[in-house]
Design a binder for this molecule. Structure first.
Ligand SMILES: NC(=O)N[C@H]1NC(=O)NC1=O
Length: 174
């Protein structure tokens, strides 16, 4: 997929196509559309990241709050977005036993009580063991450090979603 084809998309098609590169936050690509033409996919990704970084703290927290819990109720009830389902499946979170689900839920709850947003990590770059380890470790962070760390994970998820779209899904969509 050529960046030229992306640059020629109407904002409706652009948002339809890239709306979930940041989970349930289509407003981000809707805003970034006006920064076209992009020189490359990387240029578009940089624009998304700059937009996120320019948000006030409440906006960055809001992005995190749009993410589903890992191995949480959306996974159990089949209501995850397609992207999130694939990512959580890739990390093996769809094959946890009851004790592991309960353990993850306890840590997720502890994390949310401490920070006021859900634990976010790039599932495709992890597995169940590293996710549990990171969840326990990051619970010890200061709030500001943790917010920055979680936003970096959002950027990693966005990077892989963009790459997947450009390599596989986009030729079928456009
Ligand atoms: N909570 C959380 O990290 N969710 C996500 N991580 C990821 O890779 N996909 C998600 O939906």
């Amino acid at each position: 997929m050529e960046i030229g084809a992306v640059n020629s998309l109407s904002y409706e098609d652009f948002v339809d196509t890239f709306g979930n590169v940041v989970e349930k936050c289509p407003i981000i690509v809707a805003a970034v559309w006006s920064r076209r033409p992009f020189a490359s996919l990387l240029d578009m990704e940089v624009s998304i990241n700059e937009f996120i970084e320019a948000l006030p703290e409440s906006g960055r927290e809001g992005i995190l709050r749009c993410h589903p819990d890992l191995a949480g109720k959306d996974l159990q009830s089949g209501t995850l977005t397609e992207e999130s389902r694939e990512e959580q499946g890739h990390a093996g979170l769809d094959t946890l036993d009851a004790a592991e689900i309960a353990h993850m839920a306890r840590l997720n709850t502890q994390y949310k009580l401490r920070f006021g947003f859900p634990f976010v990590i790039c599932a495709r770059m992890n597995n169940k063991a590293t996710i549990l380890r990171e969840l326990s470790e990051r619970l010890k962070n200061d709030r500001a450090v943790e917010l920055a760390c979680a936003i970096e994970e959002v950027k990693k998820i966005c990077h892989l979603r963009l790459k997947t779209l450009m390599l596989h899904d986009l030729p079928n969509k456009l």
